[in-house]
Design a protein. Structure first.
Ligand code: SF4
Ligand code: SF4
Length: 117
């Protein structure tokens, strides 16, 4: 891991993984030809599934390692769903999640490059 990656705000955050329901198409599951591990998900209805832990309160995605605001590691980063891949760092929802967990707003001096895929 490079020092740049270690400095990225997401690495010490994880607020989004502690805030939002993570729902996506059944066809993203590994068993259906996708990549998301089936064991970390549950069916919602029809062709929709959710990450375990994201439909309860308090929210905590089952794939997350670490503590909110201290360390955040997605244990399935390479296999995460499109919902997670499309979540925008430094977006309104990112800011809202950080605020809900008492984390300071991102500032212009925070690195804004995306984490390596
Ligand atoms: S995207 Fe935003 S809320 Fe999610 S881990 Fe990164 S800084 Fe935190
Ligand atoms: S799959 Fe990874 S990126 Fe997505 S909510 Fe869970 S821990 Fe966060």
């Amino acid at each position: 891991m490079s020092s740049e990656t270690q400095d990225h705000p997401c690495v010490s955050c994880g607020a989004c993984c502690h805030t939002y329901r993570v729902e996506f198409s059944l066809y993203e599951l590994a068993s259906m030809g996708g990549v998301v591990p089936d064991a970390l998900t549950h069916e919602v209805s029809g062709n929709r599934v959710r990450m375990n832990g994201t439909a309860q309160f308090p929210v905590r995605c089952a794939a997350l390692i670490g503590d909110c605001g201290v360390q955040s590691i997605c244990s399935i980063y390479e296999q995460r769903s499109s919902t997670c891949r499309n979540f925008d760092f430094d977006s309104d929802r990112c800011h809202e999640a950080r605020a809900r967990h008492g984390l300071p707003p991102l500032t212009p001096i925070d690195p804004i490059w995306p984490l390596a895929a």
